[in-house]
Write a protein that binds this ligand. Structure first.
Ligand SMILES: Nc1nc2c(ncn2[C@@H]2O[C@H](COP(=O)(O)OP(=O)(O)OP(=O)(O)O)[C@@H](O)[C@H]2O)c(=O)[nH]1
Ligand SMILES: [Mg+2]
Length: 686
């Protein structure tokens, strides 16, 4: 099979909030395009893209999944991405290898937190966007309400390109406003050909067809002229202008349907082919110098049996099997043994993949997600994917003694799959800490350790990543001196600490050399900085790292025989500790942005509970019998929220949270943490 021409490829990420039907939609698209023979379901664990046993057990996507289909002589690559906040690494990576995004929304819930997050990312990457309002068969679903919400909250350039016929359980089909035809509900079978638009829809269709035409011609002057002169615009001219507008991010068509019934897939596939740019048209921003062959690795699967599988996008090519490429990051040669076409968990060998295509390769040696491989070493800067920082840490221990190494190896492999999952040793307590974006992400990692690497581990209560900072200026001088027998030690420095305001929400550190007259030699000054940095790793209050400090080195003294870097490092460290105590040190805690969706009846109880967790209510949005509550809550108070929410709502509530910023811990709470740290330190000492 020859490589597909870039003009004939469409690369699409299917993204959106948790549980809006992305995987079901991908399943329906594959089925409609006759790539599969039956429509799998989440409930039965039979979808192509949620193939992992943990995904099937939990009924949700946990990682990105690559699929492909053919439609009207075009190859459409689909990356089904997870909607849950804990698994966003794959979503963000997928957005680097596509030209377009199908943003799926629930017809009941409309624009949700992750809808907006994905939108923002897509905007940053200048990706073409199509919205798909799903679940229109559900009670309280309302296409027009969701369309309005998208126009208000995402962009007023969102415009309906399809309309539902009927609503909720009386939904019978959809209208394609571009081709002016209808598709009737196939109830899970293949969709069948276009039908005439039912008479009952005439007025609505006319109104929205006009809005669509207005929006399209507004982006095309020539077409606008013809339109204003009253010319009947032909189908092709409108479709062409629409595609240009979508390519330039000037228009966001809003499609609709019911994924689980396979309703709306024909019109959506047509739209992806006609309305979304190919790699030839939009291309990639990832650098590959003058390489003739180049690939970008956007996903790694750590399989204990087949070894590592790396999913890639071809930047320059074609790239065929048996090619050797080089990774400029490691300078290692990497053999692309067999190039694979991926369909969920299945793959088949292909001779070659052309520019813009997505595929995979097994058993590369040292390649990680984010690497660019090239045919000869060119100085390329691999793109920065900007993965979210892990925010939650749990201590982990293997259940069986002696499994430490096995646990660490397994977790390292899982980190290759998901860069937001980190294992590190707490230098203070010696514990192994597993950090991630959410409790569920860490729990899934534990499940996978067991099923794939056969290590059973225990998770201990998560630790809150406190920080410390100062509120006022302070000065201290320390002399470190040992001058008895043999070579002595002498270092003396005076430093001033000042609060350093956060930049872009990040607290930093600055060291400023203010020495005049050479009272300390140039060569010893960096040692003071080093000593200060060491002291800042563990603050006095809770052993947390200190940030948001500017240190001025203002004075000091040296001894022409006994001074050394070591002596100045110790002097710097001691001076810092002394000054720190006088600088009004305070404890900072992470604040999470929480979004809880609960049945209307539970709103009172949930709000009351959030209040007792020091939560601050930011807003409430009722939609279709459920209310979404937005609040800011300290991470420390919400570490074990899932059980509480389940018991308050009888299992009908759902929540997601993201790290927002650091804030000062209120005094009465801080006091308890400081005392607790003190006790732990004393216990550690005995
Ligand atoms: N009634 C109805 N249910 C749907 C529809 N689409 C999906 N569902 C159901 O909604 C649930 C979630 O569907 P998924 O396809 O897993 O949603 P997702 O967006 O992939 O979820 P995550 O990957 O976990 O973010 C499943 O129970 C589906 O059967 C729809 O159009 N109508
Ligand atoms: Mg999914």
């Amino acid at each position: 099979m020859p490589a597909t021409e870039p003009t004939k490829i469409r690369n699409i990420a299917v993204a959106g909030h948790r549980g809006v039907g992305k995987t079901s939609l991908v399943e329906a698209l594959l089925f409609e395009a006759e790539q599969t023979n039956r429509l799998g379901s989440i409930e039965q664990g039979t979808t192509v893209s949620d193939w992992d046993e943990h995904e099937q057990r939990r009924g949700m996507s946990l990682s990105g999944s690559l699929c492909h289909l053919e439609w009207k002589d075009r190859k459409i690559n689909l990356v089904d991405t997870p909607g849950d906040a804990g698994f966003q690494a794959d979503t963000y990576a997928a957005l680097r290898v596509v030209e377009g995004v199908v943003l799926v929304l629930s017809g009941v819930m409309g624009v949700e937190v992750n809808t907006s997050r994905v939108w923002k990312r897509a905007e940053e990457q200048e990706l073409s966007r199509v919205l798909f309002v799903n679940m229109l068969d559900r009670e309280r679903a309302d296409f027009y309400r969701v369309l309005e919400a998208a126009r208000q909250q995402l962009s007023d350039r969102c415009v309906a390109i399809q309309l539902p016929i009927g609503s909720e359980h009386e939904l019978t089909g959809i209208v394609d406003l571009l081709h002016m035809c209808a598709y009737m509900d196939p109830s899970g079978a293949r969709e069948g050909g276009p039908q005439p638009i039912p008479d009952s829809m005439t007025d609505l269709v006319q109104e929205h067809r006009e809005k669509l035409l207005d929006a399209v011609v507004e982006t095309d002057e020539e077409l606008m002229g013809r339109y204003l002169e009253g010319e009947e615009l032909d189908q092709q001219a409108v479709a062409d202008a629409l595609k240009q507008a979508v390519t330039r991010d000037e228009l966001y068509p809003v499609a609709c349907g019911v994924a689980t019934k396979n309703l709306g897939t024909t019109a959506l596939l047509d739209l992806l082919v006609e309305g979304v740019p190919s790699p030839a048209k939009k291309g990639t921003t990832i650098e590959f110098g003058d390489a003739k062959q180049a690939v970008f690795i956007f996903k790694t699967i750590a399989d204990p049996f087949t070894g590592r599988i790396s999913c890639f996008r071809v930047l320059a090519g074609p790239v065929s099997g048996d090619t050797t490429l080089v990774d400029p990051r490691t300078h290692a040669k990497e053999r692309m043994g067999q190039v694979l076409l991926v369909q969920g968990k299945d793959s088949e060998n292909v001779e070659a993949l052309g520019i813009g295509d997505l595929g995979a390769v097994a058993k590369l040696k040292d390649v990680i997600t984010g690497d660019v491989l090239v045919d000869h070493e060119v100085p390329v800067e691999p793109p920065h994917i900007d993965f979210p920082e892990p925010v939650m840490s749990f201590a982990v221990t293997p259940k069986a003694k002696g499994d430490e190494e096995k646990m660490a190896t397994g977790l390292r492999r899982l980190h290759e799959e998901d860069p937001t999952l980190l294992l590190r040793r707490d230098p203070q307590t010696g514990e192994q800490l597993l950090s991630g974006l959410s409790q569920m992400q860490v729990e899934v990692a534990v499940d996978r350790l067991n099923s794939r690497f056969h290590v059973e581990v225990e998770l201990h209560p998560p630790r809150v990543p406190y920080k410390e900072t100062i509120r006022k200026e302070a000065r201290a001088r320390h002399r470190y001196k040992k001058q008895t027998g043999g070579r002595g030690q002498f270092g003396d420095c005076a430093i001033v600490l000042e609060p350093l305001p956060a930049q872009d929400g990040e607290l930093g550190y600055e060291f400023v050399d203010k020495i005049v007259g050479g009272v300390i030699s140039q060569s010893y000054r960096p040692a003071v900085d080093k000593g200060v940095r060491e002291a800042m790793e563990h603050g006095e209050l809770a052993g947390a790292p200190i940030q948001g400090v500017r240190v001025l080195l203002v004075d000091g003294m040296e001894h022409n025989v006994d001074s050394s870097e070591m002596a100045f490092k110790i002097a710097g460290s001691m001076a810092f500790k002394e000054a720190y105590q006088q600088a009004d040190p305070v404890l900072l805690e992470p604040i999470m942005e929480l979004e809880v969706t609960v049945p209307d009846d539970n709103v009172g109880a949930v709000n009351g509970d959030l209040n007792s967790r020091r939560g601050r209510l930011q807003g409430m949005e009722p939609a279709g019998g459920m209310t979404t509550i937005k609040a800011e809550v300290p991470m420390a108070e919400i570490l074990t929220y899932s059980q509480a929410l389940t018991s308050m709502t009888g299992g009908r509530g759902d929540y997601s949270m993201h790290f927002l910023r650091y804030e000062e811990v209120p005094t009465h709470v801080a006091q308890k943490i400081i005392e607790q740290t003190k006790r732990e330190r004393e216990e550690a000492r005995v």
